[in-house]
Unconditional design. Structure first.
Length: 391
């Protein structure tokens, strides 16, 4: 499979039709284990998941987490969660709204004058919900090989905004459309720093990581290592016959507030349980976060930093976020009543075969969240690409 184009979703066949099998139970015999095997059979080294079903937790993996040693993935380890970062950042922004230090409909220019080169007022709400019209991203790479060779490049947040917006018009008048924007979340991170007078990393730690005891979660910015990884991340960057390239060690300052977080499947489940259970935001702001624009990106609706999927197998709707960056594909989805949760991923993403992505979204996630798992393929759906701009 070739590189995904920036802003383009990959069309995949959704498993949403007639045949059904019995649903997931959080046990060693869980169908999630078999589903992870299907992801690996789709052409990636390894896959892993942490599943909560009622009061039980199951963790498992398939395939290889480290090609040097042959070690299996460890679902208790740490991963780069990419755009799942956005839900954490959105939570902090909405906490500031709840404290009266920001307004959802404040023009960003009131707080960060001169940052965005547009005459049209762009609001905090529009940035959170990707309805601002701000361009998606900077041009990160010109060739697929640069995903490897540019891993040590560093950027400051103002550089990211300038490189993405200078000379680039808005994609549409603010509030009139939807377009996923990583640079929009860079602006939101800068907004947190301006309003609080503290670093975004410090605010995430103070407001989210520490209160929830997320011991495997960090916001590293310029630190390139993943300590105790669930799996090392790989991509096929030098041709179909070349070995996979290890891209675990990487400076991801180029994503900053849009995707720089490191976490673990267990920590993601704990975070979303607290968020969706009302522990981090007042009810009115959580309701606004969940006010999702239907089918904004593939089958997913989008609220304010939160993705929504009406369950393809009936029952409770699913809430959470996905993330893509070289070496790591992550999904964290949770039923409305929080009785079922899954955070899962695989250790190849941008060059992973379509079958692996399809099996992750339409086999692993339903195996964890459904009473009955759709088996046959009938309708075409789109899985969004949520990572950095690629050639």
């Amino acid at each position: 499979m070739g590189m995904k184009q920036a802003g383009v979703v990959v069309g995949l066949v959704a498993a949403l039709a007639a045949g059904l099998v019995s649903g997931a139970q959080a046990s060693p015999g869980s169908p999630v284990r078999a589903a992870l095997g299907q992801v690996v059979a789709g052409g990636v080294p390894g896959a892993y998941a942490a599943v909560v079903d009622g009061g039980d937790t199951w963790r498992g993996s398939a395939g290889v987490g480290d090609l040097r040693t042959g070690r299996a993935p460890d679902a208790r380890g740490r991963i780069r969660v990419a755009s799942v970062t956005k839900t954490f950042v959105a939570t902090v922004v909405l906490q500031l709204v709840g404290e009266g230090r920001l307004g959802l409909d404040d023009p960003v220019a009131d707080h960060l004058p001169g940052l965005l080169p547009y005459a049209e007022p762009i609001t905090v709400r529009q940035l959170l919900g990707h309805t601002s019209g701000v361009p998606r991203d900077i041009a990160h790479y010109q060739t697929i090989e640069e995903v490897d060779t540019k891993r040590w490049e560093t950027f400051t947040p103002p550089q990211l905004v300038r490189l993405a917006t200078d000379g680039q018009p808005l994609l549409f008048p603010p509030g009139t459309g939807f377009s996923y924007s990583n640079v929009g979340y860079t602006v939101l991170g800068m907004l947190v720093e301006r309003v609080t007078g503290r670093s975004l990393a410090g605010e995430l730690e103070r407001r989210v990581f520490r209160p929830l005891h997320l011991r495997d979660t960090s916001f590293p910015t310029y630190q390139p290592f993943v300590v105790n990884p669930a799996a090392r991340g790989y991509e096929r960057l030098y041709g179909e016959t070349a070995p996979l390239t290890d891209v675990t060690t990487y400076v991801w300052s180029r994503l900053w507030a849009s995707g720089n977080l490191i976490s673990s499947p267990d920590d993601l489940n704990r975070f979303f349980h607290a968020l969706l259970g009302g522990r981090l935001l007042p009810d009115d702001l959580l309701a606004q976060m969940k006010d999702a624009r239907p089918e904004s990106i593939g089958p997913f609706g989008y609220g304010l930093g939160l993705m929504h999927w009406p369950s393809p197998c009936g029952g409770e709707d699913w809430w959470g976020h996905g993330g893509d960056l070289p070496g790591y594909n992550t999904w964290s989805l949770h039923t409305t009543d929080l009785t079922r949760q899954v955070s899962a991923g695989m250790n190849q993403d941008i060059t992973a075969p379509a079958a692996a992505h399809e099996n992750m979204v339409f086999t692993v996630l339903p195996s964890a969240l459904c009473d009955e798992v759709p088996m046959s393929t009938a309708t075409t759906a789109n899985i969004p690409y949520l990572g950095p701009a690629l050639p």
